[in-house]
Design a protein around this ligand. Structure first.
Ligand SMILES: Nc1ncnc2c1ncn2[C@@H]1O[C@H](COP(=O)(O)OP(=O)(O)OP(=O)(O)O)[C@@H](O)[C@H]1O
Length: 604
């Protein structure tokens, strides 16, 4: 079978080491709507939000008191040489700084808590939604992109909720508060303090713009390196098999080199920002000290006020420096959230009909009448498929690769809806059944079944979660899997690595048969193994399969004609059309395509 419901998802690039400048975030189309939806998630934690906002206001106000008190200490206690008073005031100052830290910590603690909870719910909702979407949706959307909804997009939102939003509020409060404090202390020095701000804004904008391009390039290169590593890991067997290690290494060296260069440029550019703004802020400081000194000499201002200004101007430049990065990270978060909500709003292509029938058992009478189907518009895959399977029959699907065998199975499982014709099970249109029930009553044994990391017992139990250990073992015995399991180091408790890497192809298939026996489905789909399996295992598999399919309707996607000679009906498909159908002997007598396939296989 070429397509499987559980597709392997690629992990796309993550953001890598935290950059101070993000690549330019995509614009949100409807920020208000996105914000409203984020709010719906957050409002469940209203109390925390209110408390955190109060703490931000308190910590911002407290941080304004510090510089003011420094001035007061100098003018009223140090200059008049009041040692006791100075010590008392320094204690008070220390208390203020301590309280500021406590409130900042409390506010951060609440916000991180709140954001982790919000993001957790959002992630769960997104995952639930993905479970409801059809294979068509997964065909349309790249795995890596869907994966990045869970990683980059949700992480950006987490970052924004837990840090950026509060930082922006606190920055705005600080800048406003500092401006008011400075103007109320001395308007001339306040204007001097503000002189360098336009220059700082201009330089920040220039550096951020230049850096963004380099960060975007770096992010793209990180993606390429990740993709390359991922491919090299999953294709490691093929790489060694063809002796392509050297080539693989030199290709990696190339992409890695590109990443090194772009990362260096990006970090160098963004590294300019801090020192340059520091330099400008120091010029501002110099101006304040110079003008302040002249004013002090003329008796217009006290030394304490100059000291307060020096501290205030430091508090002033930090938020301005951070603002563009914060705004950008919020923009990135909104764009990510919008993509997450878009996925959540996706209307499933396949849904239960209003009065869908619940079903607990199928007799297994199946009919395809004039079925037409295409995955993409104007690219017909199945044309006029017409056949009938009596309950309990074994139907073999035969045909060249890409002829449409798997597609027929995908339609029977209703992974896709047909464009014309009708598919009936037990005389009822497939679309009238509840999708969940329908799929539950159909069992699948794939040639390369997916095994999860866990014990053999757990993997078989996946077929029916409420099965007892005895039932699992009995299913394994019927599947002829028990023989190999009992020789495993810990028998049924033996751990299987993800994907079943520590098992042979045949053993994996035996477990998959046991799983299907446990599930006790009414209709079975068997994707016959193509790989070479030793004769003993092969015999066991055949025995397991015949136990599994006894009395049930089964579809076998056959690669070796030998195994389907006993089928009640063989359907030969070529280019999406049924070209022959009948029993093995009927088809041999027809001397058509099947017969030529037969001759070819036995010639080899
Ligand atoms: N999800 C998909 N989207 C678009 N085209 C698809 C999709 N899955 C299969 N196809 C195309 O449909 C055609 C039939 O594929 P299908 O997997 O049914 O063939 P098959 O007979 O099972 O082949 P094989 O024996 O190699 O598994 C092929 O041309 C294939 O490229």
């Amino acid at each position: 079978m070429s397509s499987q419901p559980n597709q392997i998802v690629k992990i796309q690039q993550t953001t890598g080491p935290k950059a101070r400048i993000h690549p330019k975030a995509a614009k949100t189309r409807n920020p208000k709507r996105t914000l409203r939806r984020i709010w719906r998630y957050m409002e469940q934690h209203k109390a925390g939000l209110v408390l955190s906002s109060i703490f931000v206001v308190i910590s911002s106000l407290l941080s304004l008191l510090g510089p003011y008190f420094i001035g007061v200490i100098i003018d009223h206690f140090i200059i008049p040489k009041d040692l006791d008073g100075t010590i008392r005031m320094c204690g008070l100052l220390l208390g203020i700084y301590f309280a500021t830290s406590v409130f900042t910590w409390l506010q951060a603690y609440i916000m991180v808590n709140l954001s982790v909870k919000t993001i957790g719910t959002l992630r769960e909702d997104l995952f639930k939604k993905l479970q409801t979407l059809s294979l068509q949706f997964f065909d349309r959307n790249k795995d890596g992109e869907l994966m990045s909804r869970f990683t980059n997009d949700i992480e950006n939102l987490n970052q924004a909720l837990s840090q950026s939003v509060i930082q922006i509020i606190s920055s705005i409060l600080t800048v406003t508060g500092v401006t008011i404090a400075m103007f109320s202390l001395n308007w001339v020095l306040a204007i001097v303090s503000c002189l360098t701000i336009p220059l700082m804004l201009y330089v920040t904008k220039k550096i951020v713009t230049a850096s963004r391009e380099n960060f975007a390039k770096r992010q793209k290169d990180v993606g390429e390196v990740n993709g390359f590593i991922e491919e090299a890991i999953s294709g490691s067997e093929v790489i060694s098999l063809f002796g392509k290690e050297e080539k693989s290494y030199s290709q990696f060296h190339e992409v890695n080199e590109r990443l090194r260069n772009s990362a260096m440029r990006a970090d160098m550019f963004s590294g300019f920002l801090g020192p340059t703004n520091n330099f400008i802020s120091n010029i501002g400081l110099g101006l304040v000290i110079g003008v302040g000194a002249i004013m002090a000499l003329n008796g217009h201002v006290t030394i304490g006020v100059i000291a307060s200004f020096i501290t205030y101007s430091r508090q002033f430049s930090r938020p301005i420096n951070q603002m563009s990065t914060l705004l950008n990270s919020i923009q990135a978060a909104l764009a990510g959230a919008e993509r997450v909500f878009e996925t959540m709003d996706e209307v499933p292509d396949l849904q239960d009909r209003k009065n869908a029938v619940s079903v607990t058992h199928f007799k297994g009478d199946i009919e395809f009448s004039n079925v037409h189907f295409s995955y993409e518009p104007n690219k017909p895959i199945l044309k006029n498929i017409h056949f009938h399977a009596d309950a309990g029959n074994m139907i073999a699907l035969v045909g060249p690769t890409g002829s449409g065998k798997t597609t027929i199975i995908n339609l029977l499982l209703r992974f896709y809806d047909i464009q014309a014709g009708e598919i009936k099970i037990d005389g009822e249109n497939l679309k009238n059944y509840r999708i969940r029930d329908l799929r539950r009553r159909i069992g699948i044994v794939l040639q390369d079944p997916y095994l999860f990391s866990g014990t053999i017992m757990e993997n078989i139990r996946y077929g029916r979660l409420d099965a007892t250990d005895e039932e699992v073992i009995s299913a394994a015995k019927t599947a002829s899997a028990h023989q190999f399991i009992k020789y495993m180091p810990k028998q049924y408790q033996t751990e299987i690595t993800a994907g079943g890497a520590n098992l042979s192809q045949g053993q994996k298939q035996l477990l998959s048969i046991a799983r299907a026996i446990l599930a006790d489905a009414d209709i079975l789909i068997l994707d016959e193994a193509t790989s070479n399996i030793d004769t003993r295992t092969e015999v066991q598999i055949q025995k397991g399969l015949s136990n599994l399919t006894k009395g049930k309707t089964s579809f076998v996607i056959a690669h070796r004609l030998k195994t389907i000679e006993k089928a009640d009906k063989i359907i030969v498909i070529k280019d999406g059309e049924i070209i022959e159908q009948g029993t093995h002997h009927e088809l041999l007598n027809e001397r058509g395509f099947y017969q030529s396939l037969h001759v070819k296989q036995f010639e080899i």
